[in-house]
Write a protein that binds this ligand. Structure first.
Ligand SMILES: *Cc1c(COP(=O)(O)O)cnc(C)c1O
Ligand SMILES: [Zn+2]
Length: 432
């Protein structure tokens, strides 16, 4: 902590209320919060923007030597990587949803369909609330607890609200979750069942997010997982990268396709791969990172294709609501990662999203939500357009469950025939 520069403003009790005093070891091997833009460091606390340049803060660590054996001896959830996360060493003992260590499935049928030599699906739909958001929320919950927050909250495109509401319930913490009022009904119910404080806001996600920032500024003791504890939250996505590497037998894939909403997940999977290399847990090798967006909300893909560095915010209009962030906080870093690694950012139409949901279901028996439809649809498009090498080993991430977005495909799949219970009627369908 000695090297960290701590601003007076961030130390002042008036600014932090009774939040911000964390116990020794509260954040494990994390050393400080470091600005992604200027490198300025501040003490670990409920801060998210750099006081010098307003750049986003992220967690910096002093990692000890970590071995594969130590990790393998850990629990079958994200806490096996606790030494690499901003959480205390006894994190498993605090009630949480224990997400992670989801299946990495070899997808031979889908690979054959797309003409790929080797394809894996990292299936995060089997997390406790059926999306990858349980990972980030588990890390945010730990930070909220260590910082003494009274309310666990979030603005959400849907899945985050589900994960926050469930994790808060399990932790015995008050939760308040904010969603756009036009959200899919299953995602509303999936939150409301866990919390009596679901607030539907008339507006899109970016409006909800703005409101959350305002509340975070007004109220003491509120931990908004993706606003004022965002640096801790974001680290949870690294566990996807760790797991992919460990499940491949401690090596990195050649190519990975990742959905982009705020862009946090994609940048953190890359950070995870880099950390594993730096720690000597995997061999260093080149890999390409690809970002997936829906055409109706594709500000990062548009910037990528235009060859520019700035993201122009858009008003989302897509069935991929979990990816519908028109002004993505980490968009510029997604561009950096995809360009640096030789990957790309691509987008697909809502019809292609629907087709890809059915394609994944019929080839691999995995029912994904619209975000996964977007990612698989983009994978297909990347192969067809020659942007992704079909001979290289590829991982595609399925981040959520199809039962949450049933309406997306309810119009395109259904009974092939409705018949009276007679053999003759069945035979007439041609299925016999
Ligand atoms: C939130 C979410 C994402 C993307 O998250 P970011 O880190 O904000 O880019 C992807 N898939 C699903 C299902 C999500 O809910
Ligand atoms: Zn800065």
């Amino acid at each position: 902590m000695s090297a960290a520069v701590v601003e007076k403003s961030q130390q002042s009790p008036e600014n932090q209320g009774n939040q911000g005093k964390a116990r020794e070891g509260a954040f494990g091997n994390a050393r400080a919060l470091s600005c992604r833009e200027c490198g300025h460091e501040v003490e670990l606390g409920p801060h998210y923007a750099c006081s010098e340049c307003f750049g986003p803060l992220e967690i910096a660590y002093d990692f000890p030597q970590v071995t594969r054996e130590e990790i393998e001896a850990g629990p079958r959830n994200i806490w096996r990587y606790k030494a690499l996360l901003p959480v205390p060493t006894d994190i498993e003992t605090s009630p949480n949803t224990e997400p992670g260590f989801t299946r990495l499935l070899q997808a031979n049928n889908l690979a054959a369909e797309l003409g790929l030599a080797k394809l894996w699906v990292k299936d995060d739909s089997t997390n406790p609330t059926n999306s990858f958001k349980d990972r980030v929320v588990a890390c945010a919950l730990s930070a909220a607890r260590e910082l003494g927050a009274k309310v666990f909250a979030c603005p959400s495109t849907g899945n985050l609200a589900n994960a926050v509401a469930a994790a808060g319930a399990r932790a015995g913490m008050k939760t308040v979750v904010f969603i756009p009022s036009n959200l899919e009904q299953p995602k509303q119910v999936n939150s409301a069942v866990f919390t009596d404080s679901l607030v539907a806001v008339e507006g899109n996600y970016d409006d909800v997010n703005k409101l959350a920032s305002e509340i975070a500024g007004e109220e003491d003791g509120w931990a908004f997982v993706n606003v004022n504890v965002r640096p801790y939250y974001a680290e949870g996505s690294k566990t996807l990268g760790y797991e992919i590497a460990e499940q491949l037998g401690w090596r990195l894939p050649d190519q990975v396709v990742i959905p982009v909403a705020s862009g946090s997940q994609l940048t953190k999977v890359h950070k995870a791969f880099q950390e594993l290399i730096a720690l000597g847990l995997v061999e260093e090798k080149p890999y390409k990172v690809y970002g997936a967006q829906a055409a109706g909300c594709s500000p990062v893909s548009v910037a990528y294709k235009a060859g520019v560095d700035a993201i122009r915010p858009v008003k989302p209009d897509t069935i991929a609501k979990s990816l519908a962030i028109g002004n993505p906080a980490d968009g510029i870093y997604v561009l950096d990662v995809c360009r640096q690694t030789g990957g790309a950012v691509e987008d697909v139409t809502d019809d292609e999203v629907r087709e890809a949901i059915v394609l994944l279901a019929r080839t691999e028996g995995i029912f994904t939500e619209t975000a996964g439809g977007t990612t698989v649809g983009v994978l297909k498009k990347l192969v067809e357009s020659g942007q992704l090498d079909p001979e290289l080993e590829t991982v595609v991430i399925n981040t959520g469950h199809g039962l949450k977005t049933l309406d997306a495909v309810a119009g395109s799949v259904g009974p092939v025939a409705t018949i009276p219970p007679s053999y003759a009627a069945f035979a007439a369908t041609g299925l016999a």
